[in-house]
Design a binder for this molecule. Structure first.
Ligand code: NAD
Length: 387
């Protein structure tokens, strides 16, 4: 049996007016590895079916609910290969569990779940069932993030001493959750979002990025959370100090109220013989400074980059690539990982180092530890249950 046809993609959530679902659709299309085939796109079944029709899906595969999608797809010979979950956090667990139990592979948005209990259960289910569960930690799709990872692993900056990682946003500097913004409304509702506001929504990206590039394992953390917008139920700004195994230190900042920052994901890793810096708003450049202080700009697409960076690069240097291409790299990686598993072979470089269920669990455990530390009076150092 060959799997070189495009994989059939189902989608839950991501309907009319939603944010990330459209990014998934665009990204999954870019390399021709996936074909959107079925969907239950909206919490409102009628709206969901109408949206599916507008996407050109077969009406028989335009479902009102995710339960209908599972029931409709599971007995088909041409069933969807994987289903992307693009819904608010609290729905990830029941949907993912239903899909895995019905034998589907899953691509789940971050944070993996809204609670630690659900994340532990979902990771165990993924492991025991053998089903693929990829998690869309977007920033690990960038070629120069992979390049940074390879260079740290090769020892090009020596022993990592300190990691500074931040994800500042500005879009929630006003109480937009009370002014009709659908995305902000569920993100500020602890029952739908989970316990961590900015730290759950974007701190999880920053935490994953730092661990992905450095390979460092967290030992413990202590955190200070703040809610600056009056009446908001969750943090909109977080400062977290990190201690890694082996002695490295880290500082993580996530903020939804940092005026002047659109999507300012920034990673700086300082080692004993050099440093690496990457900023997602200039994603085609990685700044490398060796011990002699001569700053070098490493450009995406250059000939001497690692294979891991090259396989995630589509255009020559100078033609900018960005967010959609990074997201597409995750989708291409998920396709390769699923195909390799089905064909009983090792995945090629695109399918290696893709974020999986355990990475999702680590993110949720991180949020839990951050909130526990911040809520305790003396802000203790805490070790997350999964690192
Ligand atoms: P959103 O509010 O814009 O969209 C949610 C969509 O899910 C809507 O279409 C809604 O109708 C649908 N939905 C809700 N419950 C449903 C259900 N039971 N069945 C079917 N559809 C349902 O949310 P968003 O901003 O797109 O965020 C969605 C998820 O993506 C969140 O988990 C968020 O953390 C994550 N996200 C990730 C990134 C990233 O960079 N990877 C970026 C943004 C959002």
């Amino acid at each position: 049996m060959t799997f070189q046809r495009p994989l059939r993609l189902g989608m839950v959530g991501g309907g009319d007016g939603a944010y990330i679902g459209n990014i998934h659709r665009l990204a999954s299309r870019l390399d021709g590895q996936w074909q959107l085939t079925a969907g239950a796109f909206d919490v409102d079944p009628e709206r969901g079916r109408a949206f599916a029709t507008a996407q050109g899906l077969d009406p028989a595969r335009s479902y009102g609910t995710w339960q209908d999608l599972i029931a409709g797809e599971r007995e088909r010979e041409d069933r969807v290969d994987a289903v992307a979950i693009c819904t608010p956090n609290f729905t990830h667990y029941p949907i993912a569990r239903g899909l895995i139990e019905a034998g589907f592979e899953v691509i789940c948005e971050k944070p993996l779940t809204a609670t630690l209990e659900d994340a532990v259960a979902l990771e165990a289910l993924a492991r025991e069932s053998g089903r693929f569960v990829g998690v869309t930690y977007t920033y690990s799709g960038y070629p120069l993030v992979h390049e940074a990872r390879v260079r740290v692993a090769r020892g090009e900056i020596g022993t990592v001493r300190t990691v500074q990682v931040e994800y500042p946003l500005e879009w929630m500097a006003k109480p937009i959750e009370k002014q009709g913004n659908a995305q902000a409304a569920w993100r500020t509702d602890p029952k739908k979002n989970g316990r961590g506001g900015s730290i759950g929504d974007i701190g999880t990206h920053a935490y994953h990025l730092a661990g992905f590039v450095t390979g460092l394992k967290l030992q413990s953390l202590t955190a200070d959370l703040a809610t600056f917008v009056e009446g908001r139920a969750l943090d909109d700004n977080a400062h977290v100090m990190l201690r890694y195994e082996g002695g490295a230190r880290g500082l993580l900042w996530s903020s939804q109220v940092a005026l002047g920052n659109s999507n300012g994901v920034r990673l700086r890793v300082f080692g004993s013989t050099g440093s690496l810096q990457w900023f997602q708003e200039q994603p085609n450049e990685l700044v490398y400074t060796p011990l002699d202080g001569r700053v070098q700009i490493i450009k995406r697409g250059a000939d001497d980059l690692s294979e891991d960076a090259k396989v995630r690069t589509r255009t020559p240097p100078g033609h900018p690539e960005g967010y959609l291409e990074a997201f597409a790299n995750l989708y291409a990686g998920f396709a390769e990982a699923i195909r390799a598993h089905r064909q009983g072979r090792e995945p090629g470089p695109l399918g290696r180092n893709v974020p999986l269920a355990y990475d999702g669990l680590k993110g949720v455990a991180f949020v839990e530890a951050v909130v526990d530390s911040a809520e305790a009076e003396d802000q203790p150092w805490i070790t997350p249950v999964a690192v």
